[in-house]
Ligand binder design. Structure first.
Ligand code: COA
Length: 192
């Protein structure tokens, strides 16, 4: 009986593993959660946790969004989101945080994303989100937008309110993680 050398069998197994891996990569669902995150809130983190259960790989994409004149620069916002995600215990898939510039849909295409996640809080979010989704769908109908309703606990939270409350000496620790609260307070102290 012809005996296959061990190296042949090993090569065979490695080839099958590689094919499985490539097959998994092709099927891997990538999701993008874009936003300004100025700063990231516990409401955003709740959406991130839930989105991580729906895809195999999640990218949290931090936009420059100059028209909002952000309080934190883009690098600071990326770092704050990254630190919060590093401390997130119940994430269900790998999550990476990236800065992006330019058109969201182009970025999503480059990343081979299957979907874009957006959080919806009140009815007032609807009109803007509806228009943005419509435009993005026109630009690339292959990439779906998936809406996750913010839970009632985070319905009224917004980054602008948190900044305003913090600037006026109110308590913000219920809405952002301790590291974000510290960075906000530090920034107010430096720019009174
Ligand atoms: N919990 C708490 N707050 C939430 C929230 C949640 N689950 N979901 C949204 N928010 C708040 C944010 O705090 C933010 O509040 P603020 O306005 O007071 O700062 C507001 O809702 C919306 O912010 P965010 O979710 O960060 O999104 P955004 O509207 O700032 O970001 C982009 C929009 C970046 C996705 C969009 O401008 C974009 O795609 N830009 C790229 C350019 C482009 O492609 N343009 C064409 C679009 S068709």
């Amino acid at each position: 009986m012809d005996q296959k050398p061990a190296s042949f069998i090993l090569l065979h197994i490695l080839t099958i593993d590689l094919l499985h891996f490539l097959w998994f990569l092709r099927r891997m669902r990538i999701g993008i959660y874009p936003g300004t995150f100025d700063p990231v809130t516990k409401g955003h983190l709740h959406i991130i946790k839930r989105a991580s259960k729906l895809v195999d790989h999640l990218i949290v994409a931090v936009a420059p969004n100059a028209k909002k004149a952000p309080f934190f620069d883009q690098r600071e916002r990326v770092n704050m989101v990254q630190e919060d995600i590093d401390n997130l215990h119940d994430k269900a898939c790998p999550i990476v945080v990236e800065a992006f510039d330019g058109l969201l849909i182009k970025y999503a295409k480059e990343k081979e994303a299957a979907c874009i996640f957006r959080g919806l809080r009140a009815v007032s979010d609807f009109e803007f989100e509806f228009q943005m989704t419509g435009m993005n769908a026109k630009l690339d109908p292959e990439i779906e937008t998936v809406f996750l309703m913010a839970s009632d606990k985070w319905q009224f939270v917004s980054s602008s309110f948190i900044k305003e409350i913090g600037a006026l000496g109110g308590k913000i620790e219920d809405f952002v993680t301790p590291q974000v609260a510290a960075k906000l307070l530090d920034k107010y102290a430096k720019n009174p």
